[in-house]
Design a protein around this ligand. Structure first.
Ligand code: ADP
Ligand code: MG
Length: 208
């Protein structure tokens, strides 16, 4: 997985989030404060600008630039949370200048998910982005174990993220703004889980 693939991933993620910005914001209007679509659209647009301005020379640098930009430029909980996923992935791959193997990527992604779980003190079932990211990470690890290729692995990860996002609908939120609603958070998809599924779909799209 080459540097260009990681740049293309973030560009495609920006495109998909822009296209679904209103849906993400509507999901956040139901159980939050109606800013998730605009927050993430702005953040990923800034990431693309940063990548275009100073083209990084390794996957680690692409991911680190994305993480730092999201932390700096996105208001709301999701900026620091997504920022830490990408920053941690970048850290995990630091020192590797050439292409990253699928196993290397899966390991870095796992570290990114652990970073967001730690920062947000969120676990599977709390109705957050973790409910899409953790299943995606597990799918990547299983694909590596089974000797799958990159394409199959990221397709399975994208599917797992999508299923994980849908599975947040009947959950009651235990973290973030939505948790203030208590039982009234039940029956709505979590916006952060929905955007995480888009980000994984973006990776599957550029690999294909
Ligand atoms: P804010 O909640 O500050 O308005 P956003 O609307 O951009 O920020 O993002 C909301 C999303 O962030 C939620 O849908 C959820 O997926 C995620 N989130 C919020 N708090 C946490 C947390 N403590 N741990 C993990 N994810 C969280
Ligand atoms: Mg919000």
């Amino acid at each position: 997985m080459e540097t260009d693939l990681f740049v293309a991933w973030l560009e495609e993620a920006a495109r998909l989030v822009r296209a679904d910005r209103d849906r993400l914001t509507e999901l956040d209007a139901a159980i939050g404060d109606a800013d998730h679509g605009t927050n993430l659209d702005r953040g990923l647009t800034e990431v693309c600008k940063a990548l275009a301005g100073a083209p990084p020379d390794s996957p680690a640098r692409v991911l680190a630039t994305a993480g730092a930009t999201l932390i700096r430029r996105v208001g709301g909980a999701s900026g620091p949370l997504y920022g830490s996923v990408f920053r941690q992935m970048g850290k995990a791959l630091e020192g590797q200048s050439g292409p990253v193997t699928l196993a290397g990527f899966a390991g870095a992604f796992e570290e990114g998910v652990v970073a967001v779980e730690r920062l947000g003190k969120a676990a599977l079932g709390d109705k957050t982005m973790v409910d899409a990211l953790a299943p995606a990470s597990r799918a990547l690890a299983l694909a590596v174990r089974d000797g799958a290729g990159v394409r199959q692995a990221v397709e399975q990860a994208a599917r797992a993220a999508e299923e994980g996002a849908e599975a947040t609908i009947p959950m009651q939120a235990r973290k973030g703004r939505a948790s203030y609603l208590g039982e009234r958070s039940i029956g709505h998809e979590d916006p952060g889980a929905a955007s995480a599924a888009l980000i994984m779909a973006a990776l599957a799209a550029v690999v294909a």
